[in-house]
Ligand binder design. Structure first.
Ligand code: SAH
Length: 515
């Protein structure tokens, strides 16, 4: 007769949260293997059974004992709190199972601490979230920190298990410091101790405050995202990214400047100085830092917003006008802004940075595809200064395998990861923030024996003259991709033009736009 091993989840610690399937399994079993505390929760279903109670630390022993009893033909329940598959005993049992195992193994799911603790806080896990155990007994600490970094960057809500023990004091603060690098100090967090047990406590505080607290092994922490909201004693994750709508203190009737470039920030500073309320919208956190530095006083909105969220923001804040000073090659955002402005009846102005005529001898091409074939014709060691999103096109082009590809990208982890994923070898990759002088271009290209450079017509601000001069000094060809031509309804190439437009009566006076 084959035995049966039930891997039974008994929830956070209240009989009412033990699932009926678990009760059935317990009643069916003739032997129970558990840590002592859990026995008190399941008492009604295990009277007169053979009980094996082993200490909390002896996890392997508990799993091995349960399995050996089942192999004798018994019906056994092995117990974990919460969910047995989440930092529980189930994986240990599967590690021990023989390939030809005849024992009937069943896993009974339960309510894990993430869920029980979240329920006491409100609904902080209402959107995407991750869990991380801070116990390094079975996992090397550097992996835990690395995962914390990835989760922090992904802006996922985070549930921390095994937060702090007598032997592990520092880890939690190291993880909180990582989180504080990526999330505002005022991010909402929850501390739940002994959820659904007798002396349960729940507390809400900020991420910065957590940094000064002490915890124990009966505690679970829930770390919010920058969207997590508080309503009275409850925390919740707004559903969907219309959560952007509820950006605090977003000024109404402001001029919205879409930038993310150096000249865009300089322009934004002038607009702020003109006295009109301004919102600066940028795509990245780096862009936000720069915007705050160069145009203090403006409200900065950062992130890759979808069209729906952007519409909601412009509409709700009653945007007075939109100045599109995005990068000349960022056509998708410009198209989106023109579409939204026309739909919402918001005046739109394109600020296009000046484009000087290109010197003779430069290989001008209309698009990236042509640039790829032109570069392959002209060089063998090709330097790409196009921007990270164009790299795959070059590395997948027809002659790519016969060439050596080099690239310079923005120094953020995403760009570096994308460049490597596109096939740029790490020895051929430079990740650095511009601007670059002619000398630094020359030094880099000489060291790498570059024989062809590809770049975009991003104007003086984009460092084009320094690239052309460096290539000329080294006697190597430059392929320049022309700016894509969009049909802008209104356009200017200087700050004075933007300010004059903002002063025009239909924008500077009371808002003409109401929803
Ligand atoms: N299998 C369990 C987790 C075991 S790891 C589950 O799914 O919930 C042990 C950690 O879980 C504890 O250190 C604590 O962080 C968390 N935990 C378990 N039960 C809890 C409870 N009732 N209240 C708060 N945290 C709890």
């Amino acid at each position: 007769m084959h035995g049966q091993l039930n891997l039974v989840s008994v929830g956070p610690g209240s009989a009412a949260l033990i699932p009926p399937l678990a009760r059935e399994a317990l009643e069916r079993s003739d032997a129970i293997v558990s840590y002592g505390l859990y026995l008190t929760w399941i008492q009604p279903w295990i009277e007169s059974k053979e009980i094996h109670s082993l200490p909390l630390t002896q996890e392997r022993e508990r799993a091995a004992l349960a399995l050996s009893l089942a192999r004798e033909g018994r019906t056994v329940s092995l117990i974990s709190s919460g969910d047995i598959g989440v930092y529980g005993l189930a994986p240990l049992v599967f590690e021990m199972l023989a390939p030809e195992e005849t024992t009937d193994v069943r896993v009974i799911p339960g309510i894990t601490a993430a869920q029980s603790c979240a329920s006491l806080l409100g609904a902080p896990l209402g959107h995407d979230f991750a869990t991380l155990s801070l116990s390094d007994l079975l996992c090397p600490w550097p992996w835990i920190e690395h995962r914390a970094q990835q989760i922090a960057r992904a802006d996922l809500a985070l549930v921390l298990y095994n937060v702090q023990s007598l032997a592990r004091q520092d880890g939690v603060y190291r993880v909180l410091d990582i989180l504080l690098k990526h999330r505002p100090p005022e991010t909402w967090c929850g501390i739940v101790r002994n959820a659904y047990r007798e002396d349960s406590t729940t507390e809400v505080c900020s991420l910065a405050e957590l940094r000064h607290m002490k915890f124990d092994m009966l505690t679970t922490l829930v770390i919010g995202t920058r969207f997590t909201e508080r309503n009275g004693r409850f925390l919740y994750a707004p559903r969907g990214y219309l959560g952007w709508e509820s950006q605090p203190n977003l000024p109404e009737n402001a001029v919205w400047l879409f930038t993310g470039t150096r000249d865009g920030n300089a322009l934004a500073a002038e607009c702020v100085a003109s006295g009109l309320p301004c919102v600066i919208s940028v795509a990245s956190e780096y862009g936000a830092t720069q915007a705050r530095k160069h145009a203090p006083g403006a409200h900065v909105v950062a992130g890759h917003l979808g069209e729906t969220a952007r519409r909601a923001l412009l509409q709700k804040s009653k945007a007075r006008a939109v100045v599109d000073a995005t990068h000349p090659f960022a056509t998708r955002i410009s198209e989106q802004l023109m579409r939204l402005c026309s739909e919402l009846n918001i005046p739109y102005l394109r600020y296009e940075r000046p484009s000087n005529p290109l010197p003779e001898g430069v290989h001008t091409v209309a698009d990236m595809d042509t640039a790829a074939s032109e570069a392959a014709r002209l060089g063998t060691r090709i330097f790409l200064a196009t921007g990270v999103k164009d790299l795959p096109l070059f590395l997948q082009s027809e002659n790519a395998p016969q060439k050596k590809w080099f690239a310079r990208v923005a120094p953020n982890p995403e760009s570096i990861e994308k460049a490597i994923a596109a096939g740029i070898s790490t020895t051929h990759l430079c990740a650095m923030q511009g601007p670059f002088s002619q000398r630094s271009n020359e030094a880099l290209w000489q060291d790498w024996a570059i024989d062809c450079v590809v770049t975009k017509d991003s104007g003086d601000v984009g460092g084009l003259p320094e690239k052309i001069a460096a290539a000329r000094a080294l006697g190597i060809p430059v392929v320049v991709v022309q700016r894509p031509a969009l049909a802008y309804p209104q356009m200017t190439s200087d700050t004075a033009g933007v300010l004059a437009w903002l002063r025009s009566t239909n924008i500077s006076t009371t808002p003409i736009h109401s929803v």
